[in-house]
Design a protein around this ligand. Structure first.
Ligand code: SAH
Ligand code: SF4
Length: 420
């Protein structure tokens, strides 16, 4: 047995017995001086906009006349080369690299789990960097869908979703918060790291990644993961601009699609701010049914939604709006629904995407039969729309549209229990 003499938080001497680990632990929890924020938590520069990097550098004491050049240097290393350590930034002096690494880091969301589907789709459970010393890091999901000549990354814009579309698993998650710009861009950065999609990166030898001279592992980004992007418009727009920056990640805005359940007033703003491709989760052709499937419809009914689509900045036959329509058995899948869909979309440069419903445990719907989907698709096709039925991908690992629901809730509950 060892006796330990220590000071408590008020300066009184206390004697602890090594056979009483609980007491010792309590002492450490209550008497140790709190670690200051700066001693543990360093904000990451990876995922920030030019403006945010500039302001971090100014705060760091870099002279104003140098800021532009320094931002460009960091931008190149972070977004073009994909470095994750200040030491790799070879054209920045050792002293500056050192002082930057004392105040900041380049951490990305952490991959806590990777699941690879039999069709090559990957789903990552990502733990976000803690935002302060109390935060243990929220979790989100992110999905990579490879094809032979391209690859699509499906990113999340929120932890969970405040909307409650009745067919969507994400909508049943209670804990919700907006993701920051850094956390949204961080999903693309970590995915490119994992897939060897930066210069000198090495492609993984499992799963599937498109191959070929100059073919990128990630050629497209869709905001179809967790959350309603237009409830987080300013961070989503900033993230789109970072992803599209020609000196960094360089994704064309024609290859970035933001999907919304129909937050009408924000649609025009999205177009004005960053103008990516737009997708609308329509799913029903009359308000009565849409109110049930997408309750936000009660606030912004179909007519107003389609009016906003017609006026989306830059919409044209070359830049069509995608209308997503989930096929629910005996709910919205009759030939009459298909004809009404075509009638509603008249005059809007549109693409129609039929999505077989992806079931999740205890979901209240079933997917339409294949013949019903084919009939529906034929009507849409004969009206002049290429009407691809989106092949479900990653169903075996619950990675398909609307199936994402992170374990954050459980994680938070565990943390609460540990703290009490
Ligand atoms: N909140 C946004 C983007 C995320 S959802 C939106 O609703 O558009 C991405 C797409 O998945 C949407 O079209 C959504 O309606 C669809 N979706 C949700 N749950 C689904 C499910 N279980 N099966 C098929 N598609 C689903
Ligand atoms: Fe939210 Fe989109 Fe799911 Fe509706 S479909 S609950 S808006 S994530």
């Amino acid at each position: 047995m060892v006796l330990i003499l220590l000071d408590d938080s008020e300066g009184h001497k206390i004697l602890l017995n090594s056979r009483e680990p609980r007491k010792l632990l309590r002492y450490l929890m209550t008497s140790a001086p709190p670690l200051s924020n700066s001693s543990l938590y360093k904000p990451s520069l990876a995922g920030l906009s030019r403006r945010q990097i500039a302001s971090a550098l100014l705060q760091h004491g870099i002279a104003e006349r140098e800021i532009r050049m320094r931002v460009n240097q960091l931008w190149h290393w972070i977004y073009y080369r994909g470095v994750t350590d200040f030491n790799g930034m070879l054209n920045i002096s050792k002293t500056l690299r050192h002082s930057l690494s004392e105040a900041y880091d380049l951490k990305l969301p952490e991959i806590v789990e990777e699941k690879i589907s039999t069709d090559g789709t990957r789903k990552w459970l990502l733990r976000l960097q803690p935002t302060d010393n109390q935060d243990k890091g929220a979790e989100i999901e992110c999905v990579y869908i490879p094809e032979s000549d391209r690859g699509t990354l499906c990113v999340s814009s929120q932890v969970g979703c405040t909307l409650t579309c009745s067919f969507c698993h994400t909508g049943t998650q209670k804990l919700v918060r907006n993701l920051s710009t850094t956390e949204i861009v961080g999903q693309l950065l970590i995915a490119r790291q994992r897939l060897g999609d930066f210069p000198e990166g090495i492609r993984p030898d499992d799963g599937m990644v498109p191959v070929g001279e100059g073919v990128r592992a990630i050629s497209n980004v869709v905001f179809m993961g967790m959350g309603e992007p237009l409830y987080n418009l300013s961070n989503v727009s900033e993230a789109v601009d970072i992803m599209a920056d020609g000196e960094g990640l360089s994704l064309s805005k024609r290859r970035i699609t933001v999907s919304t359940s129909g937050v009408v007033p924000e649609i025009e703003k999205l177009g004005e701010k960053c103008n990516p491709m737009l997708a609308i989760s329509l799913h029903a052709v009359n308000d009565e049914l849409r109110n049930k499937l997408v309750p936000l419809n009660k606030k912004y009914p179909i007519k107003e939604l389609l009016f906003a689509c017609q006026n989306y900045p830059g919409v044209s036959n070359a830049r069509r709006i995608t209308f997503e329509y989930v096929m629910l058995k005996n709910i919205n899948d009759t030939p009459a629904d298909a004809r009404e869909l075509v009638r509603l979309l008249k005059g809007i440069p549109a693409k129609i995407n039929l999505i077989p419903f992806n079931p999740w445990p205890s979901a209240p719907y079933e997917c339409s039969d294949w013949t019903t989907i084919e009939q529906f698709s034929d009507i849409v096709f004969n009206a002049g729309y290429a009407s691809p039925v989106r092949t479900p991908r990653g169903r075996d690992i619950y990675a398909a549209c609307g199936q994402l629901k992170s374990e954050t809730e459980k994680l938070r509950a565990r943390i609460r229990m540990t703290n009490s």
